[in-house]
Design a protein around this ligand. Structure first.
Ligand code: GDD
Ligand code: MG
Length: 327
């Protein structure tokens, strides 16, 4: 079975980090976001197809350096085709029932279960569903007792939302759905889903977690969710005199925690340094980041290789040296 991974977005809300690195390659607890998704695919998925335009080169380089166990095919998308258009664009690679996954979230969804559910319901399309408080930035469903979707609406007004159950962005689809996708820019959610409701579209709810990693605070939440509670993963050699570590904290190899306060909630990547009398709380330091002395870093992400000058206070920020022309 093939899976199409949608990663075409520009990740604008994660700038300036996404000037340096495309969102799918942002390391979340040491593994690119997209690899979390790919690794969650069941065995029966023998090929992952990724339509891609923006920053294709960095993706190719990553795959060459870190060859995945599964076949991954990158297909050129010269300009953004929309979520439906991107799928249509790779139709020659799709040979039967297939999956489509939005590559910008991490979740505990059991995709094998989604496929089973789809089979059992003899569905034309099955989408995964997640409950949220405010459904307006998402696709929202009206579900009947048999879990059949009666109506689907993308980004409704608050008062018009059918329910608080939203499209979590993982679909099992019959190949014939491709016939419902026209040429050019097509939105799967706005144009295709509403058209196939009467062919049998179903929704499967799941439990655990689902995090759309579009914004800094969500990306940080992905770290804390995957790290779990109360865990301290830290090599004693990294912790120097006077340091205070409050879990959950992970500090990777060759990082240096000088007499600093780390956590609660901190992820210190390889070779990152936290100087004396500094605090790093609810924050992530990517590789080789250097936090000087007497700094305070809260709810923030410090990009790889960035130096935070002594005494700096960084709150709710993504700190990166990368700008719009970063290669
Ligand atoms: N290849 C390609 N081409 N991928 C695209 C394109 C495109 O033109 N446009 C968007 N994508 C990718 C994004 O990178 C993302 O992984 C996924 O498709 C969904 O697009 P977003 O732009 O992130 O949409 P959204 O977050 O506003 O809404 C979508 O996701 C929600 C859940 O996070 C919809 O599917 C909603 O219905 C859903 O609730
Ligand atoms: Mg999104």
């Amino acid at each position: 079975m093939k899976a199409v991974l949608l990663v075409g977005g520009m990740g604008t809300r994660l700038r300036p980090l996404t000037y340096r690195i495309p969102k799918p390659l942002i390391p979340v607890i040491g593994k690119p976001l997209i690899m979390h998704v790919i690794d969650s695919l069941p065995k029966e998925v023998d090929e992952v197809i990724i339509p891609i335009g923006y920053k294709k080169k960095s993706m190719e380089e990553y795959l060459v350096k870190n060859p995945p166990r599964r076949k991954i095919t990158l297909v050129d998308e010269h300009e953004p085709m929309g979520t439906g258009g991107a799928v249509k664009n790779v139709e020659d690679h799709i040979d039967g029932r297939f999956l489509v996954i939005n590559g910008d979230s991490i979740s505990s969804l059991d995709i094998a279960k989604l496929i089973d559910f789809h089979r059992t319901k003899k569905a034309f399309a099955t989408i995964s569903l997640w409950p949220v408080e405010n459904p307006t930035p998402y696709g929202v469903v009206d579900l009947d007792v048999d879990k059949r979707i009666r109506r689907f609406q993308e980004k409704p007004k608050r008062e018009e939302a059918f329910s608080n159950l939203i499209n979590a962005g993982a679909y099992a689809l019959e190949r014939e759905i491709l016939d419902y996708i026209g040429k050019g820019f097509v939105s799967m959610e706005r144009e295709v889903f509403p058209k196939v409701l009467d062919r049998g579209m179903y929704g499967m709810e799941f439990e655990g977690y689902w995090i759309d990693c579009g914004r800094r605070e969500d990306l940080l939440r992905a770290f804390w969710t995957l790290m779990g509670n109360d865990m301290v993963h830290i090599d004693r050699r990294c912790v120097h005199e006077g340091a205070v570590v409050r879990g959950p904290v992970t500090a990777r190899a060759e990082s240096v925690i000088a007499g600093a306060v780390i956590g609660p909630r901190a992820y210190i990547s390889e070779r990152a340094v936290v100087g004396p009398a500094s605090t790093v709380e609810r924050s992530v330091l990517l590789e080789d980041a250097r936090v000087g002395t007497r700094c305070t870093i809260v709810d923030s992400i410090v990009d790889a290789g960035v130096t935070v000058p002594d005494g700096a206070r960084i709150t709710s920020h993504i700190l990166s040296n990368a700008g719009p022309d970063a290669e």
